[in-house]
Design a protein around this ligand. Structure first.
Ligand code: 0L1
Ligand code: MG
Length: 263
């Protein structure tokens, strides 16, 4: 169901994208549009995506957000959200991330899947995702909600491209059948101190379930996951707040490290 007309969707997309580009906090948009639906919010997100593509940015992947049961419970939501990854979100392994480009970033450890076949519809299984996966690779997401003090609801977050901001790929890719992804462990350190740890099952019991859920959510708009899509499946660990000077190292069991420094 939709409650917003095209002009309002366009105005909200401009508002939220400007907040991202100008590194400004805004109040969650459902304060002004309390009746807006998840479909309205998704229209806003896709309009932000259209604006970026019109400006010459490439869309290089997708992300799922709020995929851990703990984070869903904490936020009082019943389902995850998704977003897109633009080319300028990608930071090289070991790279420096200027805080001047961000508002109040947090980092979370994830597994990312690269698909080799299209995935489509509401009934995709974990087995089908694994069969359609070329490789799985360690990736750390830097989220940066545009909403003041991280005060948002699921609708507002979906409109804000699910807080997508930057990501770092590192370690080594693994074949989809190389490990049981639900029991693969990660340990995150900040400035040499362990701050978070977890295993793949934190993500909807299995990270491939997150890819299946993305296919299902995209099906609502008659969209599919094409072959060759890079997908961040959602945080295994809680998101950790960072500030200038912080070094992050995430160690992935048998897959190497992902590192970055905030400057
Ligand atoms: O990637 C995520 O799980 C975050 C989704 C948006 C919510 C947040 O900014 O914490
Ligand atoms: Mg994430």
């Amino acid at each position: 169901m939709r409650t917003l007309d095209k002009k309002t969707v366009e105005a909200l997309a401009e508002h939220l994208e400007n907040a991202e580009l100008e590194r400004r906090e805004v109040i969650k948009i459902t304060d002004e549009y309390p009746d807006m639906t998840f479909t309205d919010a998704t229209d806003v997100q896709w309009e932000i995506r259209r604006r970026k593509e019109a400006r010459g940015n490439k869309i290089i992947g997708m992300k799922m957000g709020l995929t851990s049961w703990a984070k869903m419970a904490q936020m009082g939501v019943e389902k995850p959200c998704y977003g897109f990854l633009a080319d300028y979100f990608s930071v090289p392994e070991g790279g420096e991330i200027p805080m001047s480009e961000l508002i109040h970033p947090k980092v979370e450890a994830e597994f990312a899947f690269m698909t080799s076949k299209p995935l489509q519809g509401t009934e995709v299984t974990i087995e089908e995702v694994l069969e359609a996966t070329e490789f799985v690779v360690p990736a750390v997401e830097i989220i940066d909600s545009r909403y003041k003090d991280f005060k948002f609801d699921l609708t507002s977050v979906q409109a804000d491209n699910s807080s997508s901001t930057r990501f770092v790929i590192g370690g080594r890719p693994a074949r989809p059948d190389e490990f049981d992804w639900s029991t693969r462990g990660v340990v995150m350190s900040k400035n040499g101190e362990v701050v978070e740890m977890g295993a793949g099952a934190a993500v909807l019991d299995h990270p491939a379930a997150s890819v299946a859920m993305l296919a299902s959510m995209l099906a609502d708009r008659d969209e599919i996951i094409p072959a060759g899509t890079f997908i961040m499946t959602g945080g295994i660990t809680a998101a950790v707040l960072v500030e200038a000077g912080d070094s992050i190292v995430v160690r992935y069991q048998d897959m190497g490290d992902v590192t970055m420094k905030f400057v």
